[in-house]
Design a protein around this ligand. Structure first.
Ligand code: ATP
Ligand code: MG
Length: 563
């Protein structure tokens, strides 16, 4: 049997393996995924989820979902619920669902202790002054005039800050570390700020809120996290993370912070702030619009959780920031859907096709024939279905040309083509409306070609999909283009939203589908033959989002690059 813990070669697994071999943390492995509930999770978060839950899983450990809810103004329970749902949908069950706000009392007690130990003080200066005094690289920091005030005075002020005696921003609590430290985060960082804000869980109980740096490592320690996996921008915070933990009465094995590169994907963005802007300005229909890189948007679009997990795992975890091609992500989606999606025939832009020699029954009605078709040639377990065929059909408007351009092998007057799985037909004539637009194609079928092959073995170049007109069900199809035209949105102007694609969605309301499409479950993804994979909207059945086309663009890109 293979041992996932022994075989993983990513750098995080190497570190964890060495730690467990050494007996650090009693060889336990416990991670956490720590989102701030101020928006919906996106594809970048999926990477973090896969890294955190995946590492724990590999080493027989556990992973918590911890809401880092220390900024009351921007956070909301709507986001909390959505995030829990998205994590589960991705295929992971948190060992516990926890909140930084659960630790507010403990954090506060520890803060008082730091003050009593002379390791923190209340500063009466405003935020601008404090950041100015911080200095910069090669620029010395300036010590606050309040830095050496007696501990008892700081303690009294801290208690009054907590009691809500002072307005927002009037004072803050700072760690007393080193104003000349090379690392800016060690220059007396702020631990508490005054915010008279209602918190989605603690209500009005608190007038002070911990900063990220004061809450994060301590939350890790409280939960017994062994490896605190986060993105590269926190690398410079690590000395502060370690310093704060070292001041507290904790067991010797304190959590270890390990950073990895953020995941970015071409033609889209992973900034919650900017994604919120798209929502607020009505550029998209909410956080779960099928064009959004949010987990809920990708789900609506038809991306399988397994494909997202495979993409996040197989593209590797490193410490070098890079951007993955969206075509690669799509190829993971296609690979999964090829195995799982049942095939159907749907005509997006219908053109009537009438077979003049189609027989009628004794009552004078057109005969209806049924063809048995495999639901998914990749998976015999999906069985077969019956598809109705008659002399009145619809085909794709694009599949017919009255005057065929060069190399047009589909239907045109005098040409013979195959209607998939049914018959060979030859176009004979067209019917036009007053404007001269072709509204109907007349044709004849070869009764000897049932199933789509002629007994004389004559070659027919083109196979087209079709739908029997009297049996068709109307559906709406949404076709998508990239949400951003530029591969790296904002590369030219610095503002990603400058590169928004104004034509990212095309809605086709008159599509006609074979009858079985009406039975698609909400959220089910089908392959519409020759057109791509389409996901049935979970809230509006009959509204289909094109997930991806059928052509493997990633393979094409690689072939071009190899040349
Ligand atoms: P944003 O800046 O868009 O608000 P964030 O990093 O502030 O994102 P959080 O909710 O704080 O969002 O993120 C939760 C976790 O997900 C953090 O550990 C963060 O490092 C990780 N994360 C966020 N974006 C990415 C990304 N693009 N790639 C990998 N991990 C990410
Ligand atoms: Mg954050």
């Amino acid at each position: 049997m293979t041992d996932p813990a022994a075989e993983a070669t990513d750098f995080i697994s190497e570190i964890v393996r060495a730690d467990t071999a050494r007996g650090t943390f009693d060889s336990r492995v416990q991670t956490r995924f720590p989102p701030e509930p101020n928006g919906y999770l996106h594809i970048g978060h999926a990477k973090s989820i896969v890294v955190n839950f995946g590492t724990a899983e590999r080493f027989g450990g556990t992973c918590n979902l911890r809401f880092d809810d220390t900024n009351p103004e921007t956070e909301d329970t709507e986001y909390v619920e959505q995030i829990v749902h998205d994590v589960r949908w991705l295929g992971y069950e948190p060992a516990s669902v926890l909140f930084s706000s659960d630790y507010f009392e403990q954090l506060y007690d520890w803060a008082e202790q730091l003050v009593r130990d002379g390791k923190a003080y209340v500063d009466d200066q405003d935020g601008d002054t404090i950041s100015e005094q911080r200095g910069g690289y090669g620029k010395p920091g300036i010590e606050s005039p309040y830095r050496d005030r007696p501990a008892a005075e700081s303690l009294d002020l801290l208690r009054r800050m907590r009691a809500g005696e002072f307005p927002d921003g009037a004072r803050c609590l700072r760690a007393k570390i080193d104003m000349q430290a090379e690392n800016m985060w060690l220059r007396d960082p702020v631990l508490y700020r005054i915010r008279h804000a209602n918190h989605h869980r603690t209500g009005d109980a608190w007038a002070i809120y911990p900063t990220y740096d004061w809450a994060h490592g301590q939350g890790d320690a409280i939960e017994g996290i062994t490896h605190s996996l986060c993105t590269m921008e926190f690398e410079s915070h690590r000395p502060l993370y370690d310093w704060l933990l070292a001041q507290l009465p904790l067991p010797s094995d304190t959590p270890k912070q390990i950073e990895f590169a953020r995941l970015e994907v071409t033609h889209t963005i992973t900034s919650k702030r900017r994604l919120r802007k798209l929502v607020e300005e009505g550029v998209v229909d909410g956080w779960s619009d099928a064009r959004m890189p949010t987990i809920s948007g990708l789900r609506r679009r038809g991306y399988p959780a397994a494909a997202i997990r495979a993409f996040c795992t197989e593209t590797g975890t490193t410490r070098t920031n890079s951007r993955q091609a969206i075509e690669l992500l799509e190829s993971f989606v296609r690979r999964e859907l090829n195995l799982t999606a049942q095939r159907r025939m749907v005509v997006l832009r219908p053109l009537r096709l009438v077979l003049d020699n189609w027989p009628t029954d004794d009552a004078g009605n057109p005969v209806v024939e049924y063809f048995e078709v495999a639901n998914n040639p990749e998976n015999p377990d999906d069985g077969v279905r019956r598809v109705a065929f008659t002399g009145e059909l619809v085909i794709e408007r694009d599949d017919f040309a009255e005057v065929p351009p060069p190399k047009f092998f589909r239907l045109s007057p005098g040409k013979e083509v195959r209607l998939r799985g049914a018959y060979l037909i030859t176009a004979t004539d067209v019917v036009k409306d007053a404007d001269g637009t072709v509204v109907e194609v007349r044709a004849t079928y070869d009764p000897e070609s049932r199933g789509g092959t002629a007994p004389d073995g004559r070659k027919v170049k083109s196979t087209m999909h079709w739908v029997s007109a009297p049996h068709a069900v109307p559906v709406t199809a949404a076709l998508y283009d990239r949400l951003f035209t530029a591969a790296v949105p904002g590369e030219a102007t610095g503002e990603p939203l400058d590169d928004l694609n104004p034509d990212s969605r095309e809605l086709l309301e008159g599509a006609l589908a074979e009858a079985a499409v009406a039975d698609a479950a909400p959220g089910q993804v089908l392959q519409f033959e020759r057109l791509g994979y389409f996901a049935n909207d979970p809230d509006r059945p009959g509204y289909f989002h094109r997930t991806v086309g059928l052509r493997d663009e990633w393979a094409a890109i690689q072939k071009r690059q190899a040349k």
